[in-house]
Design a protein around this ligand. Sequence first.
Ligand code: SF4
Ligand code: SF4
Length: 158
Amino acid sequence: MEVLHIKNYEKTGVLSIRNLRLPTDDQLKKGVAIIECVQEIPCNPCVAVCPVNVISMEGINDLPKVDFNKCTSCRQCVGICPGLAIFVVKVKEEKALITLPYEFLPIPKVGDIVTALDREGNSKGDAKVVKVNQKEKTIVITIEVSKDLAMKVRNIRV
Ligand code: SF4
Ligand code: SF4
């Protein structure tokens, strides 16, 4: 079945949640990096940037894996990934904080209300911007949405 899902991704360019290794509810409460990287290409800046060495890869062409129990949700891997494929998700009571990479204009400000988008670009309603880090070329933005959208929202429209 997994092969079928990856084939579907190759056809549509849109990942399904079934393509991913998923954290448990407890790991989501702690906050974890979720890597949505499915192409086996020579790339590993995510492995190099992690300050606690919890992203592993068997070979340079293999897919990275996060040790969800040891990830500190520091967010450093989000902005370094050239494929914009890493997200940090933390569930807190009825809300989810989703940290995502962003490379469009205009850049939102903390407190702005933006449109939350799923992997296909469909609107999932409003999201509040709670953090904006513009230090690198890829801006790293944290939004707050309802808990049920934790594994669905992966982009924003400003
Ligand atoms: S969020 Fe921080 S600790 Fe977790 S995988 Fe990314 S760089 Fe490592
Ligand atoms: S940096 Fe991004 S694209 Fe490269 S291996 Fe890591 S997750 Fe995949």
